[in-house]
Structure formats: structure tokens, C-alpha cells
Design a protein around this ligand. Structure first.
Ligand code: CU
Length: 418
């Protein structure tokens, strides 16, 4: 871990988590090439970043970019050589030195997470600070808070990790608030229902948004959960292997087998923060279990077949987001041959247009997102400007445009609902 020399006041600010915007007005750093702080979250993939001298400085300066960390999260830096870094070219050093031109033009680089924050040490959101120090004076000239989190396998969460997640979810839901039983929460379900009409499914006929929309949606929910508790990430339900601890009364709830009295109504233990989960005046949370939860849903003859993730990714033809034939692209494969079967397995609220009413939605889709990430890692599909990473480059061409095959918000530079 690298600790840089810094002033007392900025050290205080790191640990009490207040204002990062004082004093260092000389240099600006942006992650994701926007001033928006809402996109400054890191995982292992390289994210474009840039740095520049602010106005009024005519002389170029050399700066060292590094990081400080209060909970063991770490990041690595790579130079921008004109090509998007892949597994063999990424540098990921804990410090890089760059020359900033006196005219204030941006100098691009890449940043990636290299070690996740230790959640037992987390007391605040954005616990890693990217810092820039003047190479000559060693003075701090810029800083930008980011954070590095990883999502874990829901099946192997510790009890403490389960509780942190459930508590934050119940808080988001509003169950314990005066606003009433999930009245506030309905907006998440409605967002999916409305977006549904805008082409967030249908990868088999070429609609591109399935993976991308759900990733953005999960990230925005995850940010809200982290506002409630910065230790939270959404765990994933690895639904192509057996799950013995997820569908239990203490975690995500359980329904009986077909024929049993409790076969539709999800039961939670009275101490589970999800106990009594209803959404906007609905009845109890409903699922219909098709099979034996001790088995992998792939092995269970009752249910829709779910292909193995390894097969989907390795199979010939899945090197592009959308292949020549849509069903050969990874977007359609994951949707049709991986994700759909998981929804059908849980059924109940999870097979309605407002499927996020069932909180299993997040665990299911965290696994869908993991599948996409595995594929991205295998084929180096992190460059957003590469059509193999995402086929609809640029912005929506307009209703009459030659390639406006897909609804507005399907294109790289569009804004997605909501
Ligand atoms: Cu889904």
C-alpha cells in the first residue's frame, strides 16, 4: 500500500469523510472522463481517466499520481498508449508520473481496482483517494475519492455479510420507515416495467440493451444501498450451481415444494429484516418453487434448462456482444440460455414485468452481470468504443435514420431510462 506525504488537514478530511474540494485548485482529475462523481467507482477493468492543469498556468508540470486508502482498497494506473489496455498490456502500477502541458489540455491514463476494500474496515463510501503530487515540490495538487468493491457469491456470504445486505435492502424498501410498507420501493419495480417497453429484453432478435441496461440499473441500486451502508455490495446467485443457503428463512426466504400449503408464499424468519416484505399494498411476496433447491437448477429435470456459463462463453461465435446472428452474441446467449431459466425457476413476482418487486431480482441479475464480466475479461471487451464490446456506437440516429433499428436509449451515448 502506498501512503503519500500529505498535509494534516487533508488527512483529517480523509478520515472524517468531509469535503475533498478544498485547497487543491491547481490540477483536476476525472475518472470516466466526466466531472460526475457518481461514476467514480472501480472494479478490475481499466477505466479511462484524465488529468490537467487548471487555467492560468503557462508552464508544464510533472506530477506523480498515486493513491491513499483507509480500508485497504487499492488501485493501479496505466499509461494511455493510444490503445485500450488488455490483460497483457495493462500496467497497473501503484504510481505513474505524467507531464501536464501548460496549456491545460487533458492527459489521459487508465485506472483500475487492484484490491477490494476490506469491508470490516469500511466506515465511509469512497475510501480510496487518488492523489496527485507535484514531482518537484511533492505538494499535493489534486485528489479524487473513488472506491473499490467486489460482489460476492451469495451462497458463501458470512452471516454478518448477509445481515448487512438484508438490513440495507429493508431500509431501501422503506419497510421500517414511516412512509409505509414499500410504497417508496415501487419505483424500482416500475422502472423495470417501463424500461421493458423500451427494449431491455429481446437480445434474440438483436436488441442490444439487455446486459447494458441491467448493469446500469443494478449499479444505481447498489449506490443507493451503499448510501445506507457503504459496506454493501449486491451478492450474486450463481444459479448454475447448487444453492443451499440462499433460499432459507434467514436469507432470501423459502417456499414449500409443490403440493405443500406454503408453496406460494415466501417465508422469512421473524428476525429477518425482509420479514413482512410487501410492495405498495400487495399481499405477501410470492414464488413458486419448481424443484429441489438442493440441486443445481441445471440438474433439476423440473425446470427450464440453464446452460453452463463456461459453455456459453467458450462456445464458438460468442466473441461479440451481438454476433452476425443475434443468438450467437453474448447478449442474447446470456439472456435466453442463462437468465430466463433462473427467472422461470423462482417464478411468482420474479416472472412479472415489475420483477424487482422480488429482491431476488438483484441476486439473479448480479449473476447475469458477472457472466457478462467473465466474457469481457476472456475476450478483452472493456473498450466501450469497440463495436465488439457494444455494437450500437454513437447516439440514436433519429426515427428516420438508416440504422435506427433500436429504440432511443439503445445507443452508446444515449441516456437510459430512468
Ligand atoms: Cu431478469
Amino acid at each position: 500500500m502506498k501512503f503519500f506525504r500529505r498535509s494534516l488537514i487533508s488527512t483529517i478530511s480523509l478520515f472524517v469523510g468531509i469535503g475533498y474540494t478544498f485547497a487543491q485548485e491547481e490540477v483536476e482529475i476525472q475518472v470516466n472522463n466526466t466531472a460526475n462523481l457518481q461514476d467514480d467507482f472501480l472494479c478490475w477493468n481499466p477505466i479511462p481517466a484524465r488529468i490537467r492543469l487548471l487555467e492560468g498556468q503557462q508552464e508544464s508540470r510533472r506530477v506523480k499520481i498515486g493513491f491513499e486508502s483507509s480500508a485497504e482498497g487499492e488501485v493501479g494506473f496505466s499509461r494511455d498508449t493510444g490503445v485500450f489496455p488488455d490483460a497483457s498490456t495493462i500496467e497497473n502500477t501503484s504510481e505513474i508520473e505524467l507531464l501536464l502541458p501548460g496549456d491545460g489540455s487533458w492527459v489521459p491514463f487508465f485506472v483500475s481496482g487492484t484490491q477490494a476494500t476490506k469491508i470490516e474496515n469500511v466506515s465511509m463510501s469512497k475510501d480510496v483517494l487518488i492523489v496527485a503530487n507535484d514531482s518537484d515540490s511533492n505538494n499535493l495538487v489534486a485528489q479524487l475519492p473513488v472506491m473499490v468493491r467486489v460482489r460476492k457469491d451469495a451462497e458463501s456470504l458470512t452471516q454478518a455479510e448477509q445481515e448487512i445486505f438484508l438490513q440495507a435492502l429493508a431500509e431501501l424498501h422503506g419497510h421500517n420507515r414511516s412512509v409505509g410498507h414499500g410504497r417508496n420501493y415501487i419505483k424500482y419495480a416500475e422502472a423495470h416495467a417501463v424500461a421493458f417497453r423500451n427494449g431491455i429484453h429481446g437480445g434474440d432478435i438483436g436488441f442490444p440493451l439487455f446486459l447494458a441496461w441491467h448493469r446500469a440499473f443494478l449499479l444505481s441500486i447498489e449506490r443507493e444501498l451503499q448510501e445506507i451502508d457503504p459496506r454493501v455490495t449486491i451478492p450474486y446467485w450463481a444459479f448454475d450451481s447448487a444453492s443451499s443457503s440462499i433460499f432459507t428463512e434467514n436469507f432470501m426466504g423459502v417456499v414449500g415444494l409443490p403440493g405443500e400449503a406454503s408453496q406460494f408464499e415466501v417465508k422469512f424468519s421473524p428476525t429477518n429484516p425482509l420479514h413482512g416484505w410487501v410492495v405498495n399494498g400487495s399481499g405477501s411476496l410470492r414464488r413458486i418453487r419448481n424443484g429441489n433447491l438442493d440441486l443445481s437448477i441445471r440438474d433439476d429435470s423440473f425446470v427450464t434448462y440453464v446452460d453452463s456459463l463456461a459453455d456459453l462463453i467458450l462456445e464458438e461465435g460468442a466473441t461479440e456482444y451481438r454476433g452476425d446472428e443475434a443468438e450467437n452474441g453474448i447478449n442474447s446467449r446470456i439472456e435466453d440460455r442463462y437468465h430466463n431459466g433462473a427467472h422461470s425457476y423462482v417464478r411468482g413476482w420474479l416472472t412479472t414485468l415489475s420483477s424487482p418487486r422480488d429482491p431476488m431480482f438483484y441476486l439473479l441479475h448480479a449473476n447475469v452481470d458477472r457472466a457478462w464480466a467473465e466474457w469481457q475479461a476472456k475476450y478483452d471487451r472493456f473498450d466501450p468504443n469497440d463495436p465488439a464490446s457494444y455494437p450500437e456506437q454513437g447516439a440514436f440516429p433519429g426515427d428516420d435514420g438508416p440504422s435506427s433499428r433500436w429504440p432511443k436509449s439503445s445507443y452508446q451515448n444515449d441516456i437510459m431510462w430512468p
